[in-house]
Design a protein around this ligand. Structure first.
Ligand SMILES: NC(=O)c1ccc[n+]([C@@H]2O[C@H](COP(=O)([O-])OP(=O)(O)OC[C@H]3O[C@@H](n4cnc5c(N)ncnc54)[C@H](OP(=O)(O)O)[C@@H]3O)[C@@H](O)[C@H]2O)c1
Length: 278
């Protein structure tokens, strides 16, 4: 299993199983159990996905030793602030039924469009994550959807730098400035919607490369991120695709990676962290 190393020396499996839009209940339990059976050891959920309980059940029913797993959840936007975040963490842990968490993320930065005290709110939320980390309840802490200016602002008060920044990343939307900044600061990037939620899979360049490497366009997207040291979190409830997304065995040439990096913007979700209204 391919892993990357966080700046606190924790190993993280490079392919994680995304669970956004997987329904709480049997659908989620079955999908996560199937993923665990097929060698995924990294599961990405969030309080707002409302499926933490099912993720926890799947973990217990799978009987994979806890120490082999890497479980991520996220604090939702309504729970920002020091005390509220501590409470939100406890509620997530209760739903997951876990003793400790591997990675806790601030799901979205507060933005100035909605909050006059956005920077302070982000700093206080981060301080709660630092407390939980120092108390040994979480093995790693990070952020999600933070742009360069959010990170620069956070650094003014943070005593621990985030280990992860989870951002939208796929061919056609690679956020080069944020990725470069994270690399410089030893923050590992995780790609959400690494398949562009299906929006980029018919792109002519990706289709051409799929033919060249005898792979699917989905595999081209995932390998493109992985080869650049970026974690991928593909979501699927389809058994064939769950297996395929974690069994990639080809290498893209540097030239082809360059070609994908030079694609014109396509497939962007439209969720710009400075403008979202949730
Ligand atoms: N931090 C954030 O703000 C944030 C935002 C969005 C997502 N995320 C995380 O990132 C994960 C992945 O993102 P996502 O769910 O938006 O999108 P995604 O993984 O890019 O795409 C999922 C879609 O692609 C299909 N699919 C999966 N594998 C495929 C393959 N090999 N070939 C073709 N189609 C395939 C899936 O359908 P089937 O199920 O039918 O296979 C589903 O419709 C989420 O589940 C969540 O954990 C985080």
């Amino acid at each position: 299993m391919k892993t990357f190393k966080l700046h606190n020396n924790i190993q993280i499996p490079a392919v994680g199983f995304g669970t956004y839009k997987i329904q709480e209940g049997q659908e989620c339990i079955d999908a996560v159990k199937f993923a665990l059976k097929h060698n995924y050891r990294h599961i990405d959920t969030a309080a707002v996905y409302e499926n933490e309980k099912s993720v926890g059940i799947a973990i217990r029913e799978s009987a994979v030793p806890r120490e082999e797993l890497f479980i991520t959840t996220k604090v939702w936007n309504t729970e920002r602030g020091y005390e509220k975040t501590l409470k939100a963490f406890d509620a997530s842990m209760e739903r997951l039924g876990l003793e400790y968490l591997d990675l806790y993320l601030i799901h979205w930065p507060a933005n100035t469009k909605q909050f006059s005290n956005a920077a302070e709110l982000n700093a206080e939320t981060w301080r709660a994550l630092e407390t939980l980390y120092m108390n040994g309840k979480i093995r790693a802490i990070g952020v999600s959807n933070f742009l360069v200016h959010h990170l620069e602002e956070l650094f003014k008060t943070a005593t621990i730098k985030p280990m992860i920044n989870q951002i939208e990343y796929h061919p056609g939307y690679t956020q080069a400035d944020t990725v470069e900044f994270c690399k410089q600061h030893n923050i590992l990037v995780e790609a959400w919607s690494p398949l562009g939620r299906g929006r980029v899979l018919e792109n002519p360049l990706l289709v051409e490369l799929a033919g060249k490497y005898n792979a699917s366009t989905g595999a081209i997207c995932l390998q493109f991120a992985l080869q650049q040291g970026i974690i991928v979190l593909p979501k699927s409830t389809n058994e064939e695709r769950i297996i395929a997304n974690n069994s990639i065995d080809f290498t893209l040439s540097d030239e082809d990676i360059k070609k994908i990096n030079n694609m014109t913007e396509t497939g962007f979700s439209g969720l710009q962290p400075d403008n979202v209204d949730f």
